[in-house]
Design a protein around this ligand. Sequence first.
Ligand SMILES: Cc1cc2nc3c(=O)[nH]c(=O)nc-3n(C[C@H](O)[C@H](O)[C@H](O)COP(=O)(O)OP(=O)(O)OC[C@H]3O[C@@H](n4cnc5c(N)ncnc54)[C@H](O)[C@@H]3O)c2cc1C
Length: 383
Amino acid sequence: MDFRLSEEQTLLRDLARDLTERLIRPQAARIEAEHRVPRELIDALAEAGLMGVAIPAEYGGAGMGETGLCLVMEELTRGDFATAVTYGAHASIGAMSVVVGGTEEQKRRFLPDMASGRLLGAYALSEASAGSDPAAMRTTAVRDGSGWVLNGEKVWITNGDMADLITVYAITDARLGAKGGVTAFLVPRDSAGFSVGKREEKMGQRGSSTVTLAFEDVRLGDEYRLGEVGQGFRIAMGTLDRGRLALGANCLGCAREAHSLSVAYAQQRVAFGKPLGEHQAIQWMLADSALEIYAMESLIYRTAHLCDTHQPFSRESAMVKLYCSEALDRIVDRAVQIHGGMGYSAEFVVEKLYRDARVTRIYEGTSEIQRMVIARDVLRNGH
Ligand SMILES: Cc1cc2nc3c(=O)[nH]c(=O)nc-3n(C[C@H](O)[C@H](O)[C@H](O)COP(=O)(O)OP(=O)(O)OC[C@H]3O[C@@H](n4cnc5c(N)ncnc54)[C@H](O)[C@@H]3O)c2cc1C
């Protein structure tokens, strides 16, 4: 397979890189301190045409597929993880719910505005007692005349307080369980009965907002039902296949940043009369990180190619998520170690990267859940 970027992909990556260096990196410390990604920053990404990178061109997007989205995610994360996550909750799992599950009419109605950034998206699956096991959700949608009435609460929703259109998954037939009993809905933020609750105080990615959402007798017309009744779980999982891939690219961007800071520090900091990089123990750490970054890159772009060429990629995207998040954890840990005491100081960026990285093993399915997904597929296929 040819891993070289096309001219269009190179231009896209360079655009994201330029925005990161000019707008995101200089604001990263402020975003962390103020616990907020400025709306103007999201508007700048929208103006550059990045909000609909993976939305097909016929619906107003850039049509650059998951490969394009991964390239952008990787670059933005180098500047600030929280900004990239805010972007991703829209451009990846927010908009992709509509791409994966929407009817032709819904795609024509919502995707152009999502691509332009006029509508920001979010993805609401998790509940207080239904995280790893979303089939245990309690949010319900009951038919009411020609429409629906939604009741329940979602937790840990990234962008839940900023989004204009939230994909919400609800039980429509409790007897059928996950397969057939769950339906997806698009909930506009101005719906009566919808409210935003507590904002989480987090270990890392502090600029990204993570909130609780409540739905109290929220009335929706049937045109806000996403896809078919009972197909919600399929849409949720199909969206997560793409989300996990893009999340791998977040991990890669963060890993590259931690690694390049470590290389620079190892070349400049002297111990026992020579630069750290001349000590074999440090060299081995740098070699292991370089190897893992290469493996991450290979897994991500090979899997993005599978997705963009319409081949199955569920198992592979679980592998991307599992490997990239766990490799990132090792890489940021080495970065702190190589920086010694300074790696533990909030004055040095690696301290923030270490905190930002930790949640990647948890959200969009924990490492344990990814192993379950992979193992099920292995046993089903006998290899
Ligand atoms: C910062 C952040 C942002 C998030 N953003 C979103 C969002 O935008 N939208 C959304 O819907 N959700 C979001 N989430 C929720 C996230 O997807 C869940 O936290 C995650 O799926 C884990 O669920 P849980 O927290 O309920 O953990 P639990 O399900 O309670 O799991 C606890 C532990 O038990 C393990 N475990 C559970 N079941 C098994 C099993 N069968 N076998 C082995 N081990 C098991 C888990 O791996 C984990 O280690 C976000 C979470 C965070 C922290």
